[in-house]
Structure formats: C-alpha cells, structure tokens
Design a protein around this ligand. Structure first.
Ligand SMILES: Cc1ncc(COP(=O)(O)O)c(C=O)c1O
Length: 424
C-alpha cells in the first residue's frame, strides 16, 4: 500500500480483508493472548524463527493494522503503537538510551516531554541539553561524547515554531545520532519528517490522528535509515542479555530498533495500546487528510480575524504573513499549518484567565487536536510547574492563550470569542 498516496493509505494500508473474514472495517481483536499450534510453534515465535502474535502487550492484530498504516503514511519501514504519546516517548528513549547518555533537544517542547527530559530522565542518569532550535547549528554545538539522540517537535506545542528539519538532520548525521521528531501537531497529513532526514517519528495519536478526543495512544515510526552499527550503540551490535543473546543489527538489519522496541521496550515497560483504542484511532486516521485541511483553514482565518481585534496584543500562527516562521512554514507545511493558534490578551495573566473562562463553544481543557474547539491558558495550567524562564523558552508568556481550532462553523467560533472579549 505504501506506493499509494496519503488519503488512500489512511483508509486502506495494513488491512487485508482476506485476513479478517471480509470485514470492511478493521475488527477489534479484544484478546490478550493467542493459541499456539503446539510447543514447537510457540518456541519458534519466541525465538523469532517465525513471526506471529504471542501476547497483546507485544502486539495485537488490530494494533498491527494501525502500525502498518502509520508506517505507510509517514514513509517508515515499521511502527510500534503505545498506550499514549508519553508512553511512546518514554519507552522509545528508554529503549535507545542508558545511564550516562545525553540528548540534545529543542527547548520548545510539550510541557510533559520537557519534564521527562529535564527532571525524570536525569534521575536515571540520562541528561539533556536544551537548545534554541531556530538555529540548527545550536544542536551541533551542544553535542558531547556521550550524546546519543536529538529530539525536537516539528511544530512546537505551544510555541508553534517551525523547525528547519533538514538543517538539524545534517547536524544529527554529523554527530552520528538518531534524529527523533515528534510530529504530533503537524501530523502526517501536512508533513512527513522522514522526507527531511528524521530517523524516528513520534506521535501522540490522542490528538489529530484520533481527532475526536475519545482515545489516548502513541506511536513511533522507524525510517529504517539509522546506522546502528556506527560504534555508538553496542546494545544493537552485541549479544543482548535481554533477549537470549540476539544481535539486533545482525538479525534484523534496518528493523533493529523497531524490534527492540517491541521485544524489550513493550515487554519491560508495558505501555501497550488497548485494541479498542487502536480501533478508535483507526476510525480517526481514516479521515485525517480531510480534517487537518479544514482545521488549518479555520485556524488561519481565525488568526487573521484575531489580528484585527483591539483586545489582542499579538497573534502567533505560522501561516500568517509576517510571522517569524512564515517562510519555514511555506517550505515544510505548504498545505496548511495545523489547527493551533496562540495569542496574547491585553491585560496579561488575569485577562487571559478571564477570557478562557468566558468562552462557550471553545471548551476549557488540556488537550489539542479534537474536532471540537478547545482553549487553555498554559501559564496557569499545563506550564504552571515550569519556572518563568523555562516557560519563556517554551514560548509561554503570562498573557498567552492557546486555541485548538475545531471543525465548527467559523462564524460561530468568531461570535464565541467576540462575546468572551466583551465579558472581559
Ligand atoms: C507534541 C506532543 N507530544 C506528546 C504529547 C503526549 O501525548 P499523550 O497525551 O498522548 O501522552 C503531547 C500531549 O499533549 C503533545 O502535545
């Protein structure tokens, strides 16, 4: 299926109806485990002499469809799904890294990821240097002998900075480390980071891919392009104590990381996606290409409208002419810049809080990428635990409001914001 275009892959990739009794929809295989033909068959599955399903923590036929579909639309050789975007990130990093290793990351990251890199992983001996990602050379400058990964968001949440992925991927190549790109906000409907040099792509499927706010999920898509035998990753080239001496790079070649993620990452950390959630996410993924176009169009129109409001101090949307990231957005996101818009309200922290309290269609909640419009004031909520300096480098100011523009009628959304402005 991967030779097909996005909209076709989003509907069909990974599902062979001959394997599902002809069901046109992907079935939910709600089973924890799978009957072996006999003990030899079981032994072959465990030793990888034969591939098949063993236990749903490792894989499941519904999840497998989602994995193949995500790999097809991102242009990877394989994908692994997880219980949430956070499970994907933490399991991915824990599978790749060990105590003593170092990450170079963009300082503009989702607050939860920032906290994982800034507080939790250092407790386990894995440290991160955060850099201003607007200049790719900052990544190269921060490289140490023990650096083993670069981590960025293609469209930062909530800073909405569009990164020069090609420039950063060159720096990653020079440092011989995998370039990991969280593509949650941009989505594969608008951007494929692998085309620009990413080695691993991460998604919170909870957001635009599911799209309806009904299920958490996460994924890692492996481009299959990283050379694990370059001397920096002995866990891939030496017999694995964690999997009866398997040498991943020899046995699995380009798919070494994907298999390590399943065989050790999911086995040991257990962040498996429920097949029912995989089913929900597949329903969403099928319409992603049409939805993300409309999200982007409405977000741009609303950003333009906000620019003309006297209550508004500033508006940030990479599709706005004059925006700091406009040129990069035209290069990397020419078909739309997704559904997030941020703006500052005159009156600062208190006025921003009041406005978010006053909307009726925009729901005040901590999520993005729903069909329904959402609003939040990050400084008092999602980014509350960060210092003011950390908030600033993540692009969060006291007056900032983040909108996740949904699929409602645009005039209704404007009217909702209009009445909220009047309320403050
Ligand atoms: C860019 C980005 N990555 C990862 C995550 C984490 O995903 P999840 O909430 O599915 O754990 C989020 C959540 O907001 C996000 O915005």
């Amino acid at each position: 299926m991967s030779e097909h275009k996005l909209a076709t892959n989003a509907l069909h990739a990974g599902h062979d109806t001959n394997h599902t009794q002809g069901t046109r929809a992907v079935p939910i295989y709600q089973s924890t485990s799978y009957v072996f033909n006999d003990t030899d068959h079981a032994a072959n599955l465990f030793s990888l002499a034969e591939l098949g399903f063993i236990y749903t923590r490792l894989n499941n036929p519904t999840n497998q469809v989602l994995q193949e579909r995500l790999a097809a639309i991102e242009g990877g050789i394989g994908a692994v799904v997880f219980a949430s975007g956070t499970a994907a990130i933490s399991t991915g990093l824990m599978t790749l890294l060990k105590a003593g290793d170092h990450i170079v990351a963009s300082s503009s990251l989702y607050g939860g990821t920032f906290n994982l890199l800034n507080v939790t992983l250092p407790r386990l001996g894995i440290t991160t240097t955060f850099v201003d990602a607007s200049d790719p050379s900052n990544f190269g400058k921060a490289v140490q002998d023990n650096t083993r990964a670069f981590f960025v968001e293609s469209l930062g949440n909530p800073k909405l900075d569009v990164l020069d992925l090609k420039g950063i991927s060159k720096e990653a190549k020079a440092a011989q480390v995998p370039f990991i790109v969280d593509n949650t906000v941009a989505t594969p409907g608008l951007l494929n980071p692998i085309e620009h040099g990413a080695n691993l792509v991460i998604h919170s499927l909870t957001k635009y891919i599911n799209g309806n706010g009904t299920a958490l999920g996460g994924a890692i898509i492996d481009a299959g392009t990283f050379d694990w035998t370059n001397g920096k990753f002995p866990e891939f080239t030496e017999p694995s104590a964690g999997y009866h001496g398997l040498v991943y790079s020899e046995a699995l070649g380009a798919a070494a990381f994907t298999f390590k993620l399943i065989l050790e990452g999911l086995r040991d950390f257990g962040g498996a996606l429920s097949p029912t959630n995989a089913f929900q996410i597949i329903q969403g993924l099928e319409t992603l290409p049409v939805r993300i176009k409309q999200h982007s169009e409405s977000a741009l129109a609303l950003a333009q409208w906000l620019q003309d409001r006297e209550e508004v101090a500033w508006v940030n949307y990479p599709g706005l002419k004059g925006n700091k990231y406009y040129e990069l957005a035209q290069e990397y996101l020419p078909d739309g810049q997704s559904g997030l818009v941020t703006f500052g309200v005159k009156g600062g922290f208190e006025a921003a809080k009041k406005l978010t309290d006053a909307t009726r269609i925009f729901s005040l909640l901590a999520n993005i990428g729903d069909t329904k419009s959402l609003i939040i004031h990050p400084a008092s909520t999602t980014h509350q635990q960060l210092t003011e300096e950390e908030q600033a480098s993540a692009g969060v100011t006291q007056d900032l409001i983040r909108l996740s523009v949904g699929l409602e009628n645009l005039n209704d959304l404007k009217a909702d914001l209009e009445q909220a402005f009047q309320a403050i």
